[in-house]
Structure formats: C-alpha cells, structure tokens
Write a new protein. Structure first.
Length: 131
C-alpha cells in the first residue's frame, strides 16, 4: 500500500487530471499506473516529475529502447521492484527480446560486482583513462 494512498482519476483535482490526461495522451494508453497515482498526493511533484520523465525519455540522440534498457539497468541496480516491472514492460513494448533482457541483467550483475571490487580495493584510476 502506498504511504499516502493512490489518487484515482475520478477523485483527482483538475490539476492532477491535467497531468493524468497528458500522461495518457503521451503514452497512448487509457490508464494511469500506481507510481503517478501515488505522486498525485503532491501535485507539484507529480507535474515536475512527469515533465522531466517526458523530456528525458523521449527519443533523441538515444533511441527509446536503449533509454528503457538503461532505466531498467539502473532500476535493477537500485533494487526498485516497481521500476524494474514498469521499465521491463516499457522496454518489451519498445522491442526488447528475452535474449536482450538476459544479456542486460548479466551486464548489470557484472558491473555491480566489478564496481564493488574496484571500490573495495580502492583501485586508482589509470592515467590512460583520464581525459
């Protein structure tokens, strides 16, 4: 259960409904997921977060699938179950295959392992890596 509960569309203020409408139009969907419903308890946070997500996740120099896979990788590293589910679904919708998912998780696991080893050993950065 969300700490402050979820704000359903029917119960939302006009300000929140405007954000919900934009989310549905942008994502070409007919529903609002629980993340947005939880944030709706604080309309300024809802609006600010949606505007940032909409801008950052839009295809640009990096395509939509790659962005979703990056988001998924970070979510897995941060152990956010909600974000893992949400961005796995979005990545699959953008074309991610089972093989890509498996390979992505292998890379995430390896990166986490070697990051911790480098941190634990306090390995100094090689001069050749510095630009």
């Amino acid at each position: 259960m969300a700490t402050l509960g979820l704000i359903e569309y029917a119960d939302a203020s006009a300000e929140v409904r405007a954000v919900y409408d934009d989310i549905m139009a942008t994502r070409k969907t007919d529903w609002i997921n629980n993340f947005w419903k939880a944030l709706a308890n604080d309309p300024p946070t809802l609006r600010r977060t949606w505007e940032s997500v909409k801008q950052i996740m839009a295809p640009a120099a990096i395509d939509a699938l790659t962005k979703e896979m990056i988001y998924l990788a970070v979510s897995a590293s941060n152990q956010c179950g909600y974000c893992i589910a949400s961005h796995t679904a979005a990545a699959r919708k953008a074309g991610m295959s089972d093989a890509q998912f498996a390979e992505l998780m292998a890379v995430v696991g390896m990166a986490n392992e070697t990051n911790r080893l480098a941190s634990g050993y306090q390995v100094e950065v090689d001069e050749r890596f510095k630009v």
